[in-house]
Ligand binder design. Structure first.
Ligand SMILES: [Ca+2]
Ligand SMILES: [Ca+2]
Length: 368
């Protein structure tokens, strides 16, 4: 013991100071030793064995408010190689906004060498190959702490190497930081709309299955093929619904469909072609009904011709707002009412539901 202290005593000034106080132990003042802090920080590099095994951390790691108690943890792990056994020391000075709680300091080794000088914690101990030493303590963020990062570094240095007469002056440091936030904003939780169910579509909405599928046709067959009555058709279409064509008759084409809940916008979309001998638009009627509601469709006049000049531009697109029926099953009816003179034709194709809701899952059914 005396031999080692003599070696230290004859080393550099810093170590001489340490030893000088250390000698007090021999005189019987353990307390004096324990409260010893290095009078200067060694410089010059790292203690090689601890370059990557000297760790410091703080929890909670996220932004904290004044008054929060922080938990600091320092670990010193000696890797298996190179062989190293020495008395080492550590200092850790807390920033002004932190108050060290002395009663919380714990060390798995060298406990008797932990000391406090103001907000500086000092520890000394002996480490042997493969040993790990853990030092923990708590500190409280002062109530007047400003916003910003609280950063503090622990410094590890060698006091006495078991085998080498002169201790290295190299050090290794490890830093922990935590953000202090003094103003907290309240945020509403992010509420995400649930995905919408896909829009259902009419059975045989394009009539390509021919008559007797999907639709109730009254008083009889209303779905025709272009082979029965040649027409210029929308792209890909061979079949269509033909209402009217018989003066004095009322035709209805009906199907029930349920509009899914959650939508804020749904429309009924269809192509139509009107070809009529009527010049008085009040005599024959083309109508769209939802349940018992006659919808307002000012464009849909059963008179004249939507294509007086040439085919196939006689097909037009009509959109009818169904938003008020969202979440309900509805009865969709197309109707033609013809008086006894001057024939009228109300041709329909591609009946579908569409929506402009931004999160409706099928872009194919976005309304034009
Ligand atoms: Ca068709
Ligand atoms: Ca008529």
């Amino acid at each position: 013991m005396l031999f080692l202290k003599t070696k230290i005593f004859t080393a550099a000034r810093y170590y001489a100071v340490t030893l000088g106080i250390g000698l007090c132990v021999l005189i019987g003042s353990t307390l004096a030793y324990a409260q010893t802090a290095p009078t200067q920080t060694p410089t010059g590099g790292t203690i090689p064995p601890f370059q990557s095994t000297f760790k410091k951390s703080v929890t909670p790691s996220g932004p904290v408010s004044p008054g929060t108690t922080l938990n600091y943890r320092i670990t010193i792990t000696k890797p298996e190689k190179p062989a190293y056994a020495a008395t080492i020391g550590l200092t850790d000075t807390l920033p002004a906004a932190l108050t060290l709680l002395p009663e919380t300091i714990q060390a798995t080794s060298g406990t008797e060498k932990v000391s406090i000088n103001g907000e500086t914690l000092t520890w000394q101990g002996h480490i042997t190959p493969t040993q790990q030493i853990t030092i923990t303590y708590r500190a409280q963020v002062s109530n007047g702490a400003p916003e910003g990062a609280l950063v503090n570094s622990a410094t590890l240095y060698e006091i006495h190497h078991d085998s080498v007469p002169t201790p290295t002056t190299r050090i290794v440091t490890s830093t922990a930081s935590v953000m202090v936030k003094t103003h907290w904003a309240a945020y509403l939780p992010l509420i995400q709309k649930p995905p919408l169910d896909p829009l259902p579509q009419f059975d045989n909405g394009d009539f390509e299955k021919g008559p007797g599928h999907g639709w109730a046709e009254k008083p009889g067959k209303l779905i025709y093929s272009i082979t029965e009555s040649p027409l210029a058709m929308p792209a890909g279409s061979q079949w269509y619904a033909w209402l009217g064509g018989t003066p004095g008759e009322t035709n209805t084409l009906t199907q029930i469909i349920t509009l899914p809940a959650g939508y804020t916008h749904i429309q009924l979309q269809f192509h139509y072609w009107i070809a009529s001998q009527e010049t008085d638009c009040t005599k024959d009627k083309a109508e769209v009904w939802i349940n018992n509601d006659l919808l307002h469709t000012p464009e849909l006049k059963l008179c004249g011709n939507t294509n007086p000049d040439k085919l196939p531009t006689g097909w037009r697109t009509e959109l009818v707002d169904l938003t008020k029926y969202v979440g309900q099953p509805i009865i969709v009816s197309f109707r033609s009412i013809l008086d006894a003179t001057n024939n009228s034709n109300f041709l329909i194709d591609n009946v579908e539901l569409c929506s402009n809701d931004s999160h409706q899952p099928d872009p194919k059914h976005t309304c034009p």
